[in-house]
Design a protein around this ligand. Structure first.
Ligand code: NAD
Ligand code: IPM
Ligand code: MN
Length: 364
C-alpha cells in the first residue's frame, strides 16, 4: 500500500482529451483528491504537428516510472510517417513494446439500458473477455516492414513460445477467476487462430494445448478466426475467455464492441509484469471530436480496471473498493438512461460525467 500513486496521463488527440478528463474527474470523485497524483504528458498526432515529435522522451520516461498510465486515444488520419503509417499510434505501440505490456485484456459486457445491435441479446447474455496478445504477432513488424523496389511490401508475423505461453496462462487464470460463460456457467477458454492455414498459428495452438494441461478444470475449444467472427454475432453467450494473436485481437475486439453498444462501451487494460496502460479500445473518433458527445463509459471502465490492477499489485483495498463503486455507478447510470448519442440517448459527455460524480458523492 502506498500513500499516493503516480498516474501518467496522456490525453492524445480527437476525443482523447474529452474522455480522459471525465475519467480523472470520476477517479477523484471516487477516491478523493490525494490518493492518485495525476501528471499530464504530451504524445500523439497533434503534438507531432506542433513539435515534430509524436512521443517525447520525457513522456516515455514518465510513463515508465509511473505507477500506471491513463490514456485517452491518439492518432489523426493523414498525419503519417514517411512509410505511410500513422504517427499518432506511436505512443500506444512503443509503450506496449518498450514496457512489455504483453496482455491486452478487453472485457465485453452488455449492460442493462444499452441496446445491442443483436436483436436477441439481453443484458448479461454477453459477458466475456478477449485476451489479446499485445507484444508480438503481426504487430511485431511495426516500423520494420520492408518495401522492395516499390513493388513488394512485407511485414512479418512473429510468434514465440514464451510469448504464447504467457498470454495463454493469463487467459486460463482469468477463466479460473470468472463466473463462466452466460450460456451455461462453464469456465471456458477459446483459442482463436488460423491454424488451418499458417504455421505460426498452428504453433500458437500447439502451445495453447500444452499450457491447457495445467488447467484441467477449464474447458477448452478452438475457433478459426473467420468463423469466430460469425460465432461472436450468432452465439455471444457461449464465450467466457477468448485468447488470440495481436492483430486478430484488435479486429475481434471492435466487432465484439459492436455487440454491446459500440466502441464507446469497450474498456481495455494493457499489462505486463511491472507496468500497466489503461485506455479504451476505440480511437480518437475525429468525426465527433470537439462536439461534446463522446461516450466516456469505456474510458471510465478502463480507469476502474486500472484501480483493480493497482489494488492487486499494492494490496490496497481502497483502490479495489473505488473500482467497484465506479462500476456500480456506471451500471446505474446506464440502466437509468444516461446515454450518449451513440447509444441512442441525448446526454453530452459532461452530463455523463456529472451523473457519475453525483452518484459517487452519495453514500454507497
Ligand atoms: P475510432 O475508434 O476512432 O472510431 C470509429 C467509430 O466509432 C467512429 O464513428 C467514432 O465516432 C465511433 N466512436 C469511437 N469511440 C467513440 C466514443 N467514445 N463515443 C462515441 N463514438 C465513438 O476508429 P477510426 O475512426 O478507425 O480511427 C480514428 C483515429 O484513431 C485514427 O487515427 C486511428 O489510428 C486512431 N486510433 C487510435 C487508437 C488509440 O489511441 N488507442 C485506437 C484506435 C484507433
Ligand atoms: C487498439 C488500437 C491500436 C491497435 C492502435 C492505436 C495502434 O486500434 O488499441 O485497438 O491497433 O492496437
Ligand atoms: Mn483497435
Amino acid at each position: 500500500m502506498k500513500d499516493s500513486y503516480e498516474i501518467a496521463v496522456v490525453h492524445g488527440d480527437g476525443i482523447g482529451p474529452e474522455i480522459c478528463a471525465v475519467s480523472i474527474e470520476v477517479l477523484k470523485a471516487a477516491l478523493g483528491p490525494d490518493l492518485l497524483c495525476f501528471a499530464e504528458y504530451p504524445a500523439g498526432a497533434s503534438h507531432f504537428l506542433k513539435t515534430g515529435e509524436s512521443l517525447p522522451e520525457e513522456t516515455r520516461h514518465a510513463c515508465a516510472q509511473a505507477d500506471a498510465i491513463l490514456h485517452g486515444a491518439a492518432g489523426l488520419p493523414g498525419v503519417v510517417h514517411p512509410d505511410g503509417t500513422e504517427v499518432g499510434v506511436d505512443f500506444s505501440l512503443r509503450t506496449r513494446f518498450e514496457l512489455d505490456l504483453f496482455a491486452n485484456i478487453r472485457p465485453i459486457r452488455l449492460y442493462e439500458g444499452v441496446e445491442s445491435a443483436l436483436s436477441r441479446a439481453k443484458p448479461g447474455s454477453i459477458d466475456y473477455v478477449i485476451v489479446r496478445e499485445n507484444s508480438e504477432g503481426l504487430y511485431a513488424a511495426r516500423g520494420a516492414g520492408s518495401l522492395l523496389r516499390g513493388d513488394v511490401a512485407v511485414d512479418t508475423l512473429v510468434q514465440t513460445r514464451a510469448g504464447i505461453e504467457r498470454i495463454v496462462h493469463k487467459a486460463f487464470r482469468l477463466a479460473q477467476a470468472s463466473n463462466g460463460a452466460p450460456e451455461d456457467g462453464v469456465r471456458r477458454v477459446t483459442c482463436c487462430d488460423k491454424a488451418n492455414v499458417l504455421r505460426s498459428y498452428a504453433f500458437f495452438r500447439s502451445v495453447f494445448d500444452e499450457v491447457a494441461q495445467n488447467y484441467p478444470d477449464i474447458e477448452t475449444e478452438y475457433a478459426i478466426v473467420d468463423a469466430m467472427s460469425m460465432y461472436m454475432v450468432l452465439r455471444p453467450e457461449h464465450y467466457n475467455v477468448i485468447v488470440t494473436e495481436n492483430m486478430f485481437g484488435d479486429i475481434l475486439s471492435d466487432l465484439a464492441a459492436a455487440t454491446i453498444g459500440g466502441l464507446g462501451m469497450a474498456p481495455s487494460g494493457e499489462v505486463g509484469e511491472e507496468n500497466g496502460l489503461f485506455q479504451p479500445s476505440h480511437g480518437s473518433a475525429p468525426d465527433i471530436a470537439g462536439k461534446g458527445i463522446a461516450n466516456p463509459y469505456g474510458m471510465v471502465l478502463s480507469a476502474a480496471s486500472m484501480l483493480d490492477w493497482l489494488a492487486d499489485r499494492h494490496s490496497d483495498p481502497r483502490l479495489s473498493q473505488a473500482a467497484e463503486r465506479i462500476r456500480q455507478v456506471s451500471v446505474g447510470a446506464l440502466a437509468g438512461g444516461c446515454l450518449n448519442s451513440d447509444l441512442g440517448g441525448s446526454a453530452s459527455t459532461t452530463e455523463v460525467a456529472r451523473q457519475l460524480c453525483d452518484s459517487l458523492a452519495e453514500p454507497a
